[in-house]
Design a protein around this ligand. Structure first.
Ligand code: SF4
Length: 226
C-alpha cells in the first residue's frame, strides 16, 4: 500500500467534496478523535481547511482524548469546534441520584451527543463522518450516502476503508495514534462506557460492556430509516 494506492482512494473523496462545494452545500465533519479517525481528517484538511470539524464533547471523555484532539488539530492546522450538552450534569441524574450513563445510557447519549449536534445539523447540508463497514454489522448495511435528519445528507467516505488501509495510511503520513491505544483500548468513547478490548477481536466490544447497547445513536437515530 503506497502513495499511489491511497491517491486512488482519496481522489474519489476529493471529487465528491468538490461537487458538494460546487453545489453551494454547507459541509461539516464530526470526529471522535480516535486513531482510526485521523486519516479522514488528514484527507479533508488536504482538500479544504474551511470544512468545520466538530468534536462532540460530552464532558465524559478521557483526558487523553482531549489532549489527542488538540495534538491532531495542531498537526493538521485545523480548528476544532466542541459541541457541548445543553442540559447540565446536575440535571442528568436518575431518581437514585446516579448519572444516566449507569441506568439509562440511551438517554445519556441523547443529552450529550445527539441533542448538542442538532443545531449543527439544522444549519448545515452535508454531515461527513468516518464510520466504516468493518466496525459492526449495523454499519456494514449503510451506504456511502444516506439521508440524515433536518434535510441533511450523510456522507461516509471511509465506509469501505479497512483497518489495514487505516494503519498503512497513518504510517505513510506519520500520523500519531491515540495515546490509550498502546494501553489496550481499540475503540475509545466516553470514559464510563469504554473498557479495554478483550480477545474476541470485536473492535467495538469494549464499548458499553455488559449492556445491550452497541451504538450511541448518532449512526442509528440520526439516519433516515429505510
Ligand atoms: S457513551 Fe456513555 S457517558 Fe457517553 S454519552 Fe453515551 S451513555 Fe453517556
Amino acid at each position: 500500500m503506497d502513495a499511489r494506492y491511497f491517491d486512488d482512494k482519496t481522489s474519489g473523496i476529493e471529487q465528491r467534496i468538490n461537487e458538494f462545494l460546487a453545489d453551494g452545500l454547507k459541509l461539516f465533519v464530526s470526529s471522535s478523535f480516535q486513531t482510526h479517525s485521523i486519516p479522514l481528517l488528514h484527507i479533508l484538511a488536504s482538500i479544504s481547511k474551511e470544512i468545520p470539524v466538530y468534536f462532540i464533547n460530552t464532558g465524559f471523555h478521557f483526558p487523553e482524548t482531549l489532549m489527542y484532539r488538540d495534538q491532531i488539530a495542531r498537526l493538521l492546522g485545523i480548528e476544532v469546534i466542541d459541541t457541548k450538552p445543553v442540559v447540565c450534569k446536575s440535571l442528568q441524574c436518575d431518581a437514585d441520584g446516579n448519572l444516566y450513563f449507569a441506568s439509562d445510557p440511551d438517554h445519556c447519549c441523547y443529552l450529550n451527543k445527539i441533542q448538542p449536534l442538532e443545531p449543527v445539523l439544522i444549519e448545515k447540508d452535508v454531515w461527513i463522518n468516518g464510520i466504516r463497514a468493518e466496525q459492526s454489522a449495523h454499519r456494514k448495511k449503510m451506504g456511502t450516502i444516506e439521508k440524515g435528519p433536518f434535510g441533511t445528507l450523510r456522507y461516509h467516505p471511509m465506509l469501505h476503508w479497512t483497518n489495514k488501509d487505516i494503519y498503512y495510511y497513518r504510517k505513510l503520513y506519520n500520523l500519531p495514534p491515540h495515546p490509550l491505544e498502546e494501553k489496550g483500548y481499540l475503540s475509545i468513547g466516553c470514559e464510563p462506557c469504554t473498557r479495554k478490548a478483550d480477545l474476541s477481536g470485536d473492535e467495538r466490544g469494549g464499548r458499553w460492556f455488559g449492556m445491550k447497547k452497541t451504538e450511541c445513536g448518532l449512526h442509528t437515530d440520526l439516519i433516515e430509516k429505510k
